[in-house]
Design a binder for this molecule. Structure first.
Ligand SMILES: [Zn+2]
Ligand SMILES: [Zn+2]
Length: 341
């Protein structure tokens, strides 16, 4: 079988290796589709301080069960599955309270442990979820990022009556938009790219704001009748983005603000900014308990998937994926790698 290894920033190799055998409680997955996510970019571009090399990227993995190990009861050969991005111990306090995503020894697939950019790989039975047979694998690769959308909106306690502001209309911003629209929210989308804002409109955004050419504060005041937004997602996460979003007049009193990135620069935030309006700043990491409900939403066709993926690339043409990561084409939104039969 073939596998991709990122050996150092900007360096990768295509390796021939032996197909692994599943041990007790494990399953062998034949890969069918793998999404390319921002964190795969960070790994390859050397922008993930927690990454160790060599590493097989990929945490948005969908495939078919090829073989099951001893003691596997819920999954059988031929089942279609997606794989959890979280690898957790299952025994710590956090795991036991249903928060595997913040397990004390949590590992993200494709970053801290090897991911799915290979023809076959092994996962624990409890880390794979059954898919409807008629769901195309190309769509199944989007279940993981939609699980992220499900998780962060749950963390924020989003309800249909909320006015939501999403900054950053890349894949995750677009997904949060859809999850919030599905709940019945009014959603305001902000970005600096007109083509991303146009797409947000197509996906149901109630208002769009180009933060490069328009005044975010003024527009928010206008669109919320001076109230501000009830929930704010910072899916852009650049230095200063969080301080900008906390400006007077952008969050409503009592608003919940969810930063989604891992930006390490300091922000200009004071206690008074938070407590004067009793804001909640809510952390979110990966997802927990969201795969099954997300698969159910996919089964119900609750989301619009067309237009999220801009480039499907065959595994045999993996060089194109790395080329696009190094020099992203202007019109590229998201890549999905498709494996052969
Ligand atoms: Zn991802
Ligand atoms: Zn744990």
């Amino acid at each position: 079988m073939k596998q991709i290894s990122v050996n150092a920033p900007f360096r990768y190799s295509i390796e021939d290796t032996e197909c692994p055998k599943p041990s007790k409680g494990e399953v062998l997955i034949k890969m069918k589709a793998a999404g390319v996510c921002g964190s795969d970019f960070h790994l390859f571009l050397g922008e993930n301080p927690m990454a160790e090399f060599p590493r097989i990227p990929g945490h948005e993995n969908a495939g078919i069960i090829e073989e099951v190990g001893e003691g596997v009861t819920k999954i059988k050969k031929g089942d279609h599955v997606v794989v959890d991005l979280v690898v957790a111990c299952g025994t710590c306090k956090q795991c036991k309270s249903g928060r595997r995503n913040i397990c004390r020894s949590v590992k993200a697939r494709g970053a801290a442990v090897d991911g799915g950019w290979r023809e076959y790989f092994i996962a624990a039975e409890h880390e794979v979820y059954l898919l409807p047979e008629d769901l195309p694998f190309q769509e199944a690769a989007l279940i993981e990022p939609f699980a992220i959308g499900g998780h962060c909106t749950k963390r924020a306690g989003v309800q249909g009556s909320d006015v939501v502001l999403v900054l950053g209309m890349g894949t995750i911003g677009t997904i949060i938009l859809q999850v919030c629209k599905e709940k019945g929210c009014t959603v305001i989308c902000a970005d600096i790219k007109d083509n991303f804002l146009k797409r947000a409109e197509d996906f149901g955004a109630d208002f769009i704001i180009n933060t490069k050419t328009e005044d975010l504060h003024g527009r928010i005041q206008e669109y919320t009748n001076g109230e501000g937004a009830d929930v704010i997602f910072d899916a852009a996460g650049y230095p200063g983005s969080l301080s900008m979003l906390l400006q007077k007049g952008i969050p409503a009193n009592g608003a919940r603000i969810v930063p989604l990135g891992f930006c390490t620069s300091e922000e200009n935030i004071t206690q008074s900014m938070i407590n004067g309006r009793e804001l909640s700043i809510i952390g979110t990491r990966m997802s927990s308990g969201q795969f099954e409900p997300t698969i159910e939403k996919f089964r119900q066709k609750a989301y619009r998937l067309a237009g999220i993926v801009s480039d499907t690339i065959s595994f045999s043409e993996i060089d194109r994926v790395f080329k696009n990561m190094q020099n992203p084409p202007e019109d590229m939104a998201k890549m999905v790698i498709l494996f052969g039969d």
